[in-house]
Structure formats: C-alpha cells, structure tokens
Design a protein around this ligand. Structure first.
Ligand code: NAP
Length: 454
C-alpha cells in the first residue's frame, strides 16, 4: 500500500509520501531510546506544561487541522472540528490528573514502608487506524507521555499528513526531541518494529486480523501489548424505551464518522412489540440524511475513507441480499467521483450472511426482531466481538440484566456508546484487551514497582 492522501470525496491522489528508509527508521528508534533516558526523569509539571501547550496548538489551529482530517479520510468538517476539540480536552485532562493518578500508593498492611509505584516502560509503538486519525493517536499519546513514556507512531498509510502534523504539534509544544516521532512505514514493517529491542511495548487500534498479527509478534518478543479492535455493537430496544429518542440516537450512532466507528451501533435488536414502529422510523430517518461533500455544512454523511472499504461494504450487502435479506433503503454504491455509499437498512438477516458475523464499516444498519429480553441478550452475545453495547429500556430489571450479562467492555443505558477521557475504553472477545483512557488507560504503559524497606 502506498503512503498517500487520496481524497475520498474526489477519489484523486492529493499527495504521495516516500516511506522512511530502514536507516531513517533505525535513526528514529535510537532517538526514541535516547530520549526516554532523560524524559522518564522529567517532572509531571514539565510534562503537563508541554501537554497543555500541545492542546493550545490544536485549539489555535483547529479549523486547519480539521480540514486535513476531512481531506484525508472524508469525515464531515463539523465532526473533524469536534475531534480536534476533544483531543485537546483529553490532553488537558491527563496534563491535570496524571500526577495524582500515578502517585505512589502506600500499602500499610504490608509494612509501614510498603508502597506501589508506577513507572514508564520506554518507547511505545502505536499502530493506529485512519478513522479518528487525530483522536486515536491522542488517546494513546496523552496518557503514555504524561506517564513518562516516549511514543513512536505508525499511522495508517492513508493519513500521512495527519501523522506528520501530530509529530509537529508535539515538537512545537516543547516536548524534547525524540519524545514523539512518526514512522512513515507500511504494515509490512510492523513486525520488525515490534521485535526491535528498543521498543518496549505496543498498542494497536484496528482490525482483529492486524491485532492478532501484532499480538503474536509481541508475544514472541515478550512485550506488553494493548489491542483496541473492531466491534459489531448491539443496540437493544425494549418496549418501555423512549422510541423517538432511540431512533434518533440509533441513526446518529450508526452514521457517525460516515458509518466508520468501532463503537457505532451496528446491530439493532428490537423487541417485537415496537419493531414495526422502529423499522419504519429508522428507514424514514436514514432516507432523509443529506449525503455529500463533507466540507459542506449541510452534509450529514460523507464518503467512505477508501475505495477498498466501500467495496467491502458493498460485497457484504450484496451477500446478504443474495441470501434473502430485505434491503429497506440504500444498498447500491453512489456513482460518480469519490467513495460514497448511501444510508442503508437491512432486515430479515440470519447467520448464513456475512453481515451477521462480520463488522460492517459503513452506514448500514442491520435490524433484528426478538421476542423477549433473553432472546435479545443471546443474539447480542452471539457476536465474536464485545466492544460496546447500547441498551434502551426504562425497566430497571432489564437494565440490570443487560448491564450484567452483555459480553461487552462498555454498556451505555439509554445513551449511545461514547468515549471520554475519564472512563476506561476497550473491549472483550475479538474486540481486544487492555484499556485506553481513564485511570486504567494511564496505567497500561507503566510498570508496577513494589517498594518495601526494612
Ligand atoms: P487495519 O487495516 O487493521 O489498520 C490499522 C492499522 O494497522 C494501520 O496502521 C495498518 O497499517 C496496520 N496494519 C494493518 N494490517 C496489519 C498487520 N497485519 N500487521 C501490523 N499492522 C497492520 O484497520 P483499519 O481499516 O485502518 O481501521 C478500522 C478498524 O479499526 C475497524 O475494525 C475498527 O472497528 C477498528 N477500530 C477499533 C477501535 C477501538 O478502540 N476498539 C477504534 C477505532 C477503530 P496500513 O494502513 O499501512 O495497512
């Protein structure tokens, strides 16, 4: 795969980049290891000052940065601006709280001197996806750097401008040379990076296949890994739910980021009593969406990020239709320039169809009808993924049942699944392991050091 910006709105190649040579990668790895030696001894006060400066740069240059995001992967300009603002907020959060969250913890029951300390691991390799090209990197980098680690970014090959821009922001913010570097390399170079002795840990956000590959290399090299992988999140609607709000939120949760979010609602599991109403309202709402140029303020749905991504969605929908699924709206790619795909709703689905088991990374809502809470739960848990789940019911017994029994890393009640700096984010099953954000994310790339003195 070439390292290039191909604007998904036009399909045209905007910029091509030369991949870093082996010598350049080697130089950057050594710079990273060298930088860690001093950076791990820097104070929280200094790190926080640099992190806040980085947040200020994002805020000060917000529209320009947002435009790069939209150009490289097609999200609406409004969504891109939101992503930049959220990234800055998250930098500020960890700048403010990391020292407290990583303070030594006394364990008096083990002895008066006993304490647990959290210490950085070293250079951490981050293999990142294109779908939230700034946010995914910041949610790794802000906690990891505040903990005293140094970062090496291998970004997705289709967002090189964002990758270079992030490196530039950290440098201009004042972080010492080598503390955060981008490696312009493609996926075939990742295994060698993971096994390099200068790299101490790896985090990957992306597909389960890429995750499995990185985890095996990390395993062979006995290195810590964190995996944030795909999802096929269920959105459960029971009879007591506020249906109007559930439909409006469901549409938004499905089409956010042009349908390409790991925590998008993908499988709508609807109780029989409200199914017909839900189906009708969902199809009407999806058909009303404005599809078009993501830079236009009225646009609600832009293109998919890559031609390959659109072909995959198309193949999944055709497969379902050929096996008897009902296509209630959309279902055919939009012709002309760019990688546009229409809002699509599928019903009448079963386990023979690819969409039943695979993640669908595009604006395709899949509707399922169930008779009771038990059936809803069984269908929701039948997925190999377990990232988030959104449940819609006013019944406290159903709420408790779903919150307890859903196989997911995150369950949101009467709300869409969301990420926020204060809360751990991550999944179970083939959605990965380890956590980003919150206290748990901050401590992922820390060694736990037990200190005890006689
Ligand atoms: P992807 O193809 O797995 O790529 C993600 C990153 O991994 C890219 O940098 C890619 O490099 C690299 N990569 C691909 N194959 C690899 C391999 N075999 N070994 C090592 N690295 C490899 O995923 P994507 O299409 O960019 O992103 C979409 C996926 O990410 C979806 O499944 C989505 O659900 C998931 N995601 C998960 C979360 C979460 O927090 N759980 C968040 C966002 C996205 P190249 O670009 O050079 O191929």
């Amino acid at each position: 795969m070439s390292i290039a910006t191909i604007n998904p709105t036009t399909g045209a190649t905007d910029r091509m980049f030369e991949a870093h040579s082996d010598a350049e990668v080697d130089k950057r790895l050594s710079a990273s290891a060298g930088a860690f030696d001093a950076f791990r001894r820097s104070s929280f006060v200094d790190r926080a000052r640099w992190m806040v400066a980085a947040a200020e740069l994002l805020e000060g240059e917000l529209p320009d940065i947002a435009q790069v995001l939209t150009t490289e992967m097609g999200k609406t300009f409004a969504a891109a601006k939101g992503e930049v603002a959220k990234s800055a907020r998250t930098m500020r959060y960890f700048a403010q709280h990391a020292a407290g969250m990583l303070a030594d913890e006394p364990v008096p029951e083990a002895g008066l001197s006993a304490r647990v300390a959290y210490r950085p691991l070293g250079p951490v390799l981050a293999v990142m996806p294109w779908n939230f090209p700034l946010w995914q990197v910041v949610r790794f980098a802000a906690p990891a750097l505040m903990a005293g680690n140094v970062g090496l970014l291998k970004h997705a090959s289709n967002v090189p401008q964002t990758a270079l821009l992030i490196e530039d922001v950290f440098r201009r913010a004042g972080f010492p040379e080598g503390v955060f570097q981008t490696l312009l390399v493609d996926a075939s170079r990742v295994s060698r990076l993971v096994s390099d002795q200068r790299v101490k840990a790896v985090t990957l956000t992306g597909s389960d296949l890429a995750g499995a590959s990185v985890a095996s290399e990390a395993g062979r090299s006995l290195k810590k890994s964190v995996l944030e992988l795909g999802g096929s999140d269920p959105f459960l609607v029971m009879p007591s739910a506020d249906l109007q709000r559930a439909v409006a939120t469901g549409v938004e949760a499905r089409i956010q980021n042009n349908g390409q979010s790991c925590i998008a609602a993908k499988r709508f599991i609807i109780h029989d009593d409200v199914y017909e109403q839900f189906e009708q309202a969902m199809v009407e709402a999806m058909e009303r969406l404005t599809v078009g140029d993501p830079m236009e303020p009225a646009t609600e749905l832009g293109p998919l990020a890559t031609e390959q991504g659109r072909s995959t969605v198309q193949a999944q929908v055709y497969d379902a239709r050929a096996k008897g699924a009902r296509v209630l709206c959309g279902g055919e790619p939009i012709g002309g320039a760019g990688f546009f795909y229409p809002p699509t709703v599928l019903a009448g689905l079963d386990a023979r169809m690819r969409v039943f088991g695979e993640e669908v990374f595009g604006p395709v809502a899949m509707l399922y009808r169930v008779g009771d809470a038990g059936e809803a739960l069984a269908l929701a848990n039948s997925s190999v993924f377990g990232l988030g789940a959104s449940i819609w019911t006013e019944d406290p017994v159903e709420q408790a049942l779903f919150q307890e029994e859903l196989e997911a890393g995150m369950v949101f009640t009467n709300a869409p699944v969301a990420s926020m700096p204060e809360l751990p984010f991550g999944g179970v099953k083939r959605s990965g392991y380890g956590r980003e954000l919150g206290l748990h994310g901050l401590r992922e790339f820390c060694g736990v050091k037990t200190l005890w003195s006689a």
